[in-house]
Write a protein that binds this ligand. Structure first.
Ligand code: ATP
Ligand code: MG
Length: 354
């Protein structure tokens, strides 16, 4: 797509994945005058409540994917666990952003860690392991405390186990049934931050201010801006994020999570090749939020500058808390339209001006 080939109003944006991120992307796309087509195997996927077209098929259904790709003008995805083959089928027929190489690196922690190491970007020390035996061996290389993470399909801290001593390794390893994993040093960090960055198809970059994130049991509870970090650290995080999206020739929004160590050093925790929960504050803190920014980038439209006009606190609404939700007017409220408020499930979020 060249600069004079912006997607015209009325074009159809295809979104693989119909969770809350797909839903919020779909709303932003319609605000820009686009139509959307959500592809998700779940007929009740939340994004299907706010889209013009939807398809309910497995991500491996080639015929359905071809029909989907032929019905849209550009394709994106809202989560990283979309099979690479799915993207390859779509990319034969239409443009897909972000690219498949970025997806395959970011959907597998082993690939992601190797990529970061090759780029000399600091992250926590790790060893990959592909079997029960390899996990047992790895404690000879890295001393506990460690965190064992499945290499793929983890989210909200699922598929993770903390190992405090060598004695715990066998029990932990047995839970992973020879699935590929990584063992990572458990970092005693000061705080967690994230950068939401956008790169357009012409190589222009825009960054939102770093958010300070609070997790409990691996689940994001709240994000706030500005983060309580020095300017120099914020600049370093922005430089690292820019290096990553440039190296991947990335188009769209990416979320990058960091640990800030006790020594005020940055370690990249993980890369999310999509809009990110810790960027929901941008809906209340920026003229163009992360969802509109992503749709603009993949459509060849000019992207916003990322400047923050307000200080924001974003709080997730988890599980049955959604039933108690106070819909007062001192916050902006987003409810995702999910039926089943299971414990820890992300049901919505609220933004407050701080
Ligand atoms: P999500 O995709 O929802 O961000 P996830 O399941 O992919 O989460 P991570 O981001 O790797 O998992 O971990 C979730 C949280 O667990 C982190 O934000 C952090 O609070 C904690 N954590 C993860 N890795 C480490 C580590 N090496 N040291 C200390 N804490 C960690
Ligand atoms: Mg994470």
């Amino acid at each position: 797509m060249s600069e004079n080939k912006k997607l015209p109003i009325g074009s159809v944006i295809g979104i693989l994945g119909g969770g809350q991120l797909g839903r919020l992307l779909s709303i932003s796309a319609s605000q820009l005058g686009f139509k959307t087509h959500i592809f998700d195997p779940d007929p009740k996927a939340p994004a299907k409540q706010v889209t013009n077209l939807s398809s309910t098929f497995d991500y491996k259904d080639k015929r359905a994917l071809e029909n989907f790709a032929n019905s849209v003008d550009v394709i994106t995805f809202e989560f990283e666990n979309i099979p690479v083959e799915t993207i390859q089928i779509c990319a034969e027929l239409t443009s897909v952003f972000p690219n498949v190489n970025a997806l395959s690196i970011c959907q597998d922690r082993t690939n992601e860690k190797k990529f970061l190491n090759e780029m000399n970007i600091p992250s926590s020390p790790f060893v990959p392991a592909k079997s029960f035996q390899e996990i047992l061996q790895s404690v000879h290389v890295l001393e506990p405390p460690l965190i064992l993470k499945s290499s793929r399909f983890g989210y909200d801290g699922k598929g993770q186990k903390i190992i405090y001593s060598k004695e715990e390794i066998e029990g932990a390893a047995s839970e992973f049934n020879d699935r590929p994993v990584i063992l990572e040093k458990l970092i005693d960090f000061n705080l967690e931050i994230s950068i939401i960055i956008c790169r357009d198809m012409f190589g222009k970059i825009a960054v939102f201010d770093p958010a300070e994130n609070l997790h409990e049991n691996g689940i994001l509870i709240e994000s706030k801006v500005p983060a309580s970090i020095p300017f120099s650290l914020a600049s370093d995080a922005i430089l690292i994020a820019s290096k990553i999206v440039n190296a991947l020739e990335y188009v769209g929004v990416m979320g990058i999570e960091f640990f800030v160590t006790k020594e005020n050093k940055l370690l990249v925790n993980e890369l999310a090749p999509r809009v990110h929960n810790s960027g929901h504050w941008t809906q209340s803190g920026c003229l163009i939020n992360q969802f509109e920014q992503h749709i603009r980038a993949i459509s060849g439209w000019p992207i916003g500058n990322g400047k923050r006009h307000s200080n924001v606190l974003m709080q997730n609404v988890l599980g049955s808390n959604v039933k108690l939700l106070d819909r007062n007017s001192n916050s902006s409220t987003n409810i995702y339209g999910k039926d089943d408020p299971k414990d820890g499930r992300k049901m919505g979020h609220k933004n407050y001006i701080r």
